[in-house]
Design a protein around this ligand. Structure first.
Ligand code: DAH
Length: 340
């Protein structure tokens, strides 16, 4: 067989194979093209290989070289078609039962819990006032929950019946008796122990008290705590911050009122009420950080002063959305949760 004729046949074979692999529309047409060209017994490439034996011996190296090139191009055309079909980019014939105008099946998207949403928003508002977020543990020692906050051993707030003490050893040592924190004021101490003034933080999270659950109480709830310590901080600063905070979260028509009160860690202390329509509603406590607390963390009360506040997150969220029973937040009923 003349070399020229063999080479021409090889070219023709390559062209036909590339064309058919490119035209394959599914696994079936691809497979029949594969059998036709690359089949081990009857394939056309195999036939061409056999024909090579008829080419004159001096022409064989050239014929063999060309054969290998053609074999490679056919194999890669096959591989490309395979990739195209399994890669999903193939245009399949339209499915006559598919109606693009019917509504699809909506994926069920989850969302954040209303209290988490509330805390995110409170964090944003306070962030704009320059407060950064600090965190503290929910399992706390007596020093951070009471002692350093100027709550002495005899204080009724430390009564075992008012707290979730954990059964651990070390009774009498404020660093080794643990309880579920009853307030986020603990974080004030942790932050001041770790850092020098100026301090400007908020902290949000769960607190625990053995209250019987009813529409306004639950043994676990959330607080937002704020602390600002710097030179010449006054009660006017406290009131401005809490007013801005309330008006941003609840609406510009909301008014704020301070009522004299007592907390061991603030002096003077106040209850913070927000006016909602015609009612005054208590949202938490606040005051000027007591000098004893500043001393407990090694600050000099002659040099710096500060204010602190603690508000109930559930109360804020309930007021804003008109929720009337705190227990709704913890039932995990999607019919309630999906409304937020
Ligand atoms: N920790 C108090 C409570 O749970 C609330 C509170 C009152 C926080 C006064 C403060 C504060 O930071 O200054 O009842």
């Amino acid at each position: 067989m003349a070399l020229a004729v063999f080479l021409q046949e090889l070219d023709e074979l390559a062209r036909a194979a590339v064309e058919q692999f490119a035209a394959a529309v599914d696994g079936e047409t691809l497979e029949s093209a594969r059998v036709a060209f690359l089949g081990a017994k009857q394939g056309r490439l195999k036939a061409a290989q056999k024909q090579m034996g008829n080419v004159g011996p001096s022409d064989r190296p050239l014929a063999g070289k060309r054969f290998n090139e053609v074999k490679q191009s056919i194999e890669s055309a096959y591989a490309a078609a395979q990739q195209r079909l399994t890669g999903g980019s193939v245009r399949r014939p339209p499915d006559p039962t598919f109606d693009a105008t019917l509504p699809g099946i909506r994926p069920q998207l989850g969302k954040r819990h209303p209290l988490t949403q509330t805390m995110e928003e409170l964090k944003d508002i306070m962030g704009r006032l320059g407060f950064t977020v600090a965190d503290g543990p929910e399992v706390e020692d007596e020093r951070h929950n009471f002692e350093a906050l100027n709550i002495p051993r005899e204080h009724p707030a430390r009564d075992p019946l008012e707290n979730f003490y954990l059964a651990t050893a070390g009774v009498g040592d404020p660093d080794s008796v643990f309880l579920l924190r009853s307030q986020t004021s603990t974080v004030q101490i942790r932050v001041m122990e770790a850092k020098r003034p100026p301090i400007r933080i908020i902290s949000m999270g769960r607190v625990y008290r053995p209250d019987t659950a009813d529409a306004t109480h639950y043994p676990m709830f959330h607080q937002i705590e704020g602390l600002l310590v710097d030179h010449r901080v006054t009660m006017a600063d406290l009131k401005s911050v809490l007013r801005l905070f309330a008006q941003t979260y609840l609406g510009s028509e909301v008014h704020i009122r301070f009522r004299p009160s007592f907390f061991p860690f603030t002096e003077p202390s106040v209850e913070v009420d927000y006016q909602w329509k015609d009612n005054w509603i208590e949202f938490g406590g606040a005051g000027m950080v007591d000098p004893h607390v500043l001393q407990a963390v090694g600050y000099d009360p002659e040099e710096v002063t500060g204010f602190a506040f603690g508000l109930g997150v559930e109360r804020l969220c309930m007021r804003r959305h008109g929720v009337t029973d705190i227990r709704e937040f913890y039932k995990n009923d999607v019919r309630f949760l999906q409304q937020f």
